[in-house]
Design a protein around this ligand. Structure first.
Ligand code: HEM
Length: 458
């Protein structure tokens, strides 16, 4: 995608044996694709399986639905994600973040990608499903990762001819069946708990539309699966990337610690306080700009469309990519530099900066994810300093649609009296983040005190 963008600019296409795959990178084109939902349909899961199979049921969710069906279910599913529902989620989350930091000791080296993934599995199962059954959450998490990977491997055949892609079809169907059983167990566990709880699933079981119609078990399975999948991997990736960026930008990390201690003095932030932490907000925005967890997604046009010189017949997969558009220098000067302070000056269009997508299909979990990210990062920063292990390989790889720290994220936890320190690292993360820029003092307007240091300089 980077080569296509560098060579062809805002619109590009690949063609193989008469089949086209199109790419739109400019905010104007992204806006068209994200807002004209009558022309550009979502087909997130290309392989739906036959009418009565588990694959059809687990993929019947708002990520795949279109038109009136999408509207109806989006309205039902969105209820529990409104801000007015957040108070009980905040309480549960504060406890889980507290448990996380209590399970760590200064001096330990941990793979933060694994830590954040396990933590988010726990958060997802408790917050979304009122279920603190570790074993079941981890099993579902593992099943979902395998199922998503198989969807991608088999589904790629819908984009480009690939004789090998069909070989895993049976594996995909059996992965869907196993996943469905576990998600059903989660729903039954919730039902058997008796009185409806404050969790998202309880609210979905109770939800009904204007005509009084609720969701059937099969519908609940589809929507529940997508929520579990959409919530834990994206948020775990964002947490891991943000910890990495903070560790490698000691000055920013130290200023953030100052902001948190001035505003909170070590206490757990309330929902209101979370909204009044400008540097934390800017750090997260910049982290999701430079290393967006959702690297790309696509739509399929249901009528012929024209982008500049490029005419696309109906049924062409059209890809839009956060990782490309967020790095366009005309939109974000010095795109590879991690500069949270840029957010004091800029207010980009929602189609130039779209970590949660935009328009009628924008992520319904954006507000909840932001709360989880802010509360968790605060808990970590109030209890530890941390550095990346010197010489670690940090690869930023697009797996499925996500930008993963694919080689893991080895970090050393330090006591609060230690300083942050950036270290030399290897790996493809250098393609997206200019870590040399970190050492230049760039936080304009902030005092250049001994807030952080470079391990190499030291
Ligand atoms: C940092 C965390 C997250 C990121 C970066 C993220 C990103 C995204 C993006 C880019 C989309 C649009 C995908 C497309 O149109 O193809 C999306 C959709 C969606 N997300 Fe998230 N997401 C995050 C967290 C969550 C959470 C916590 C939940 C729910 C608990 C959630 C639920 C959904 C759902 C249900 C959709 C489909 C919306 C629709 O099609 O109408 N996401 N997300």
């Amino acid at each position: 995608m980077r080569r296509l963008h560098a060579t062809h600019g805002p619109v590009a296409a690949l063609e193989d044996e008469g089949r086209r795959l199109a790419f739109v990178f400019s905010p104007a084109h992204v806006q068209e694709v994200l807002t004209d939902v009558a022309t550009y349909h979502s087909q997130f899961f290309a392989i739906r399986g036959s009418r009565n199979c588990a694959q059809r049921r687990v993929t019947s969710n708002i990520l795949t639905q279109n038109g009136g069906e999408h509207k109806r279910f989006r309205r039902l599913v969105m209820g529990p994600f409104q801000k007015k529902c957040f108070e009980p989620y905040h309480e549960v989350l504060a406890k889980l973040a507290g448990n996380l930091v209590a399970s760590w000791q200064p001096g330990e080296t941990r793979n933060m990608f694994r830590e954040m993934t396990r933590y988010m599995l726990r958060v997802t199962s408790v917050l979304l499903f009122g279920c603190d059954v570790d074993g079941l959450a981890y099993e579902i998490g593992r099943d979902i990762e395998r199922w998503v990977a198989l969807n991608h491997a088999v589904g790629i055949g819908a984009f480009v001819p690939d004789a090998g892609a069909g070989a895993s079809y049976d594996d995909l169907l059996s992965a869907a069946a196993s996943l469905e059983q576990k998600v059903l167990a989660l729903i039954e566990h919730r039902r058997s708990a008796g009185a409806a709880g404050d969790d998202v699933l309880s609210r979905l079981i109770e939800a009904h539309d204007d005509s009084g119609l609720g969701m059937t078990d099969a519908e609940l399975i589809g929507q529940t699966t997508v929520l579990f999948g959409a919530a834990h991997l994206t948020t775990a990736n964002t947490l891991t990337w943000t910890l990495f960026l903070l560790a490698q930008h000691p000055r920013v990390a130290s200023l953030l610690v100052q902001e948190l201690s001035a505003a909170l003095g070590g206490a757990v932030p309330s929902l209101r306080q979370l909204e009044g932490l400008p540097l934390l907000d800017a750090v997260l925005k910049e982290s999701m700009r430079i290393l967006p967890a959702s690297a790309y997604s696509h739509r399929v046009n249901v009528r012929p469309v024209q982008f500049g010189d490029l005419r696309l017949p109906s049924g062409t997969p059209i890809i839009f990519s956060q990782v490309i558009t967020h790095h366009v220098p005309e939109l974000f000067p010095e795109p590879e530099a991690f500069l949270p302070e840029r957010w004091r000056r800029i207010s980009p269009s929602p189609y130039a900066y779209f970590p949660f997508a935009a328009g009628p299909r924008m992520c319904i979990g954006a507000g909840l994810a932001t709360m989880i990210l802010k509360l968790t990062l605060t808990a970590i920063l109030q209890n530890f300093r941390f550095t990346v292990v010197p010489g670690a390989t940090i690869d930023a790889r697009v797996n499925w649609t996500m930008l993963n720290p694919a080689s893991g994220m080895l970090m050393r936890l330090l006591p609060l009296k230690a300083w942050f320190a950036d270290v030399p690292v290897n790996g493809s993360v250098h393609d997206l983040v200019d870590l040399r820029a970190a050492r230049a003092s760039r936080i304009a307007g902030y005092p250049a005190t001994h807030l952080g240091q470079s391990a190499r300089a030291a």
